[in-house]
Design a protein around this ligand. Structure first.
Ligand SMILES: [Zn+2]
Length: 248
C-alpha cells in the first residue's frame, strides 16, 4: 500500500502541474499584452511627442492646402478686377483679393509658427530615439523569452499528461477511480492531504489518534472524515546526531 500511496502523491503532483500549466497557457494573450503594455507605458512620453509631431504636421498640410486655394482666389479676383465693367464689380474684386491676401498672410505666419513646433518635436524625438530603441530591443527580448517559456510550458504539459496516463494505468483500478472521483469533486483538484500534527492539513480537522496511527502505518487508504481527501503521512526527517555537527 505504501507504494500505491506514493504513486497517488505523484499523480496528484502531476495533476496539479497539469492544472497550473493549462491555466498559464490559457493566459497567453493576457501575458503577452501585459509585456506590450509595459513597453507602451514606458514609451508613453515618446508617443506623446510623436502625436504632437503628427498633429502639427497634418495641421501644416491643411494650412498649405488652404493657402493654395486662397492663392487661386487671389488670381481669380485679380482677373475679375481687370475685367470689371463697373464700380460694383471693381469693388467686389478688390474686396475679395484683399480678404484673400489678408488670410494668406495670417496662414503664412501660422505655418511659420507651426514649423517651430514641428522642428522642436523632431529634435525631441531624435533626442529620445535611442532610449526608445533600447526599450524596443528590451521588448523584443521579453517577447522572445516569453515565447520560449510558452514553448517550455507546452512541453512540460505534454510530459505531465503522459505521466498522468502512466501513473493512472499502473494504479489499481479502484484506487484510480477513487482518486479521480475525489479530485473532480474538490475545486482545486487536490484529492490528497497530508496528515500532520494529528490534523488534516487541507481542512484543518483534528484526526482521531486511531486514524492518525492508521495513516502513519499506511497499510490502507484512509479518508479524512471531514473533507473526504485521501490522507498521507510524511515522516519527519530525523535530526542528525549532535556529534556529527560538533565533530567538524
Ligand atoms: Zn480533511
Amino acid at each position: 500500500m505504501k507504494a500505491e500511496l506514493e504513486q497517488l502523491i505523484n499523480l496528484q503532483k502531476t495533476d496539479l502541474d497539469i492544472k497550473r500549466l493549462e491555466s498559464e497557457l490559457n493566459k497567453i494573450p493576457e501575458r503577452r499584452a501585459s509585456i506590450e503594455q509595459e513597453f507602451e507605458e514606458r514609451a508613453a512620453s515618446f508617443r506623446l511627442l510623436e502625436t504632437r509631431h503628427d498633429e502639427a504636421t497634418s495641421l501644416r498640410a491643411a494650412r498649405e492646402a488652404e493657402l493654395a486655394l486662397l492663392r487661386e482666389q487671389v488670381v481669380r479676383a485679380d482677373r475679375n478686377l481687370m475685367k470689371s465693367q463697373n464700380e460694383t464689380e471693381y469693388t467686389a474684386a478688390i474686396r475679395e483679393a484683399d480678404a484673400a491676401r489678408k488670410h494668406i498672410a495670417t496662414l503664412e505666419t501660422q505655418i511659420i509658427e507651426g514649423m517651430e513646433t514641428i522642428e522642436k518635436a523632431e529634435a525631441e524625438l531624435a533626442e529620445h530615439a535611442p532610449e526608445v530603441e533600447r526599450l524596443r530591443v528590451e521588448l523584443d527580448a521579453n517577447i522572445k523569452a516569453f515565447e520560449k517559456e510558452v514553448e517550455s510550458q507546452t512541453k512540460q504539459l505534454a510530459h505531465a499528461r503522459k505521466l498522468h496516463e502512466q501513473l493512472t494505468v499502473t494504479l489499481p483500478k479502484q484506487t484510480a477511480t477513487l482518486y479521480t472521483r475525489i479530485a473532480s469533486r474538490i475545486r482545486n483538484g487536490q484529492a490528497l492531504a497530508e496528515a500532520r500534527n494529528n490534523s488534516c492539513t487541507a481542512c484543518l480537522m483534528r484526526l482521531r489518534p486511531q486514524t492518525m496511527s492508521e495513516v502513519r502505518r499506511g497499510d490502507d487508504l484512509i479518508i479524512c472524515e471531514n473533507c473526504g481527501r485521501i490522507l498521507y503521512y510524511v515522516p519527519v526527517e530525523e535530526a542528525p546526531p549532535p556529534s556529527s555537527a560538533s565533530a567538524k
